[in-house]
Design a protein around this ligand. Structure first.
Ligand code: NDP
Length: 341
């Protein structure tokens, strides 16, 4: 991947930010506003944000579809990548290129859909030199979570020779990156999608086969024909239960999402009769060493051309409309938000 450098000089001028607000009557508003950077919360690293992104959780927050925001007003954006302006943290100095994912940003702490962010150095990751700030946000929490899922399956012992790996929610952010990573790692990837018209896109990312997500979406038998050596599931609910019921003896399912639902309406049969493992994957509070490893692996294992295929780019003013499209299921892959100049 190619590095890009785009730093700004000072943190003094007014900055633009996507603010989420509720008025006294509880009416919600999402709008781009100009702020004095002195309004930013305390933090030991000040970052000039060059790119941010829209993850599923950003979509929920910006459209107020779910109670993601815990404190008002809030600057949106759970992810950001940019250049350090000022640091009181020993690990960072001005000019360092950094990426931030999660840790409550955009939920309890002002986020990165803004020209500057005040962050905690203990949660920041230095970008590997091979990844530009734009590529970092093309990956974002969605892609970094896909990497955590692949790492969880590898830690379980998964190897390409074990057989087919299913990816659900395949045309979404987590799914697209998981397909690309697994295919490049030599796995035979089966992509489950509700968007038949995205079959070419998924095959270009490396899927060997594309199936209709309807095959997995309805209630099924507790044990079904053994199809998958492993699964990356971004969907939850009946899809996750059917994926477990179709996983081969000793296989594993990495569960990270709930696009279909947060319920788990299944049975213990795959666990107790086939030794199947259900591996939970969380990105928000993942420890720093795990994050650093995930970003190193992304730099090494994610094909930049595949990543670019996933990207739609908008600017800060286009972020609210793009968040609505994401929630309406009209977005393929990843949305990058250009924040800086
Ligand atoms: P996207 O919106 O980009 O993708 C979600 C995909 O899920 C869609 O593109 C669609 O794929 C599929 N989908 C949507 N609705 C349904 C449905 N009703 N039934 C079955 N499939 C559906 O979101 P992300 O990829 O960014 O995130 C995916 C999930 O992972 C979300 O639930 C998110 O909250 C979660 N997540 C969790 C993280 C963690 O730390 N555990 C971190 C990041 C995300 P298709 O059209 O191809 O079927």
């Amino acid at each position: 991947m190619q590095a890009s450098h785009n730093s700004r000089e000072t943190g003094r001028d007014a900055m633009r930010a996507l603010m989420l607000e509720k008025d006294a009557a509880g009416a919600f508003r999402a709008s781009v506003q100009s702020l004095d950077p002195s309004a930013l919360p305390p933090g030991d690293v000040r970052v000039a944000i060059e790119y941010s992104t829209l993850n599923y959780k950003d979509g929920l927050a910006i459209t107020q579809k779910a109670p993601v925001v815990r404190s008002w007003p809030m600057v949106a954006g759970i992810d950001g990548a940019g250049t350090v302006l000022h640091s009181e943290h020993p690990a960072f100095k001005p000019g360092d290129r950094v990426v931030h994912n999660g840790w409550g940003l955009g939920e309890t702490r002002w986020g990165c859909l803004a020209e500057q962010a005040s962050l905690q150095g203990d949660g920041l990751v230095k970008l590997p030199s091979a990844i530009s700030t734009r590529q970092a946000m093309a990956i974002g929490t969605a892609g970094y979570t896909a990497m955590l899922c692949v790492m969880a399956l590898e830690d379980h012992g998964l190897k390409p020779a074990a057989g087919d790996v299913l990816v659900t929610g395949a045309s979404g952010g987590v799914g697209s990156v998981a397909v690309a990573l697994l295919a490049r790692g030599g796995y035979r990837v089966v992509a489950a999608t509700g968007k038949a018209h995205e079959a070419d896109y998924l095959q270009a990312l490396g899927a060997a086969q594309v199936i209709d997500r309807a095959e997995l979406a309805a209630p099924g038998k507790p044990l079904q024909k053994e199809r998958w050596a492993a699964v990356v599931d971004a969907v939850g609910s009946h899809t996750l239960v059917n994926a477990l019921a179709q996983t081969r003896y000793g296989g594993a399912v990495a569960a990270c999402g709930l696009a279909q639902g947060g319920d788990l309406p299944g049975s213990v049969m795959p666990f107790i009769l086939r030794g199947v493992s259900l591996l939970g994957v969380d990105s928000v509070m993942a420890p720093l060493d795990r994050r650093q490893l995930a970003w190193q692996r992304l730099a090494r294992d994610l094909d930049p051309q595949s990543l670019e295929r996933m990207v739609t780019e908008v600017d800060l003013d286009g972020a609210v409309a793009a968040a609505q499209r994401l929630m309406d299921g009209q977005v393929r892959g990843r949305v990058v938000v250009k924040v800086g100049p």
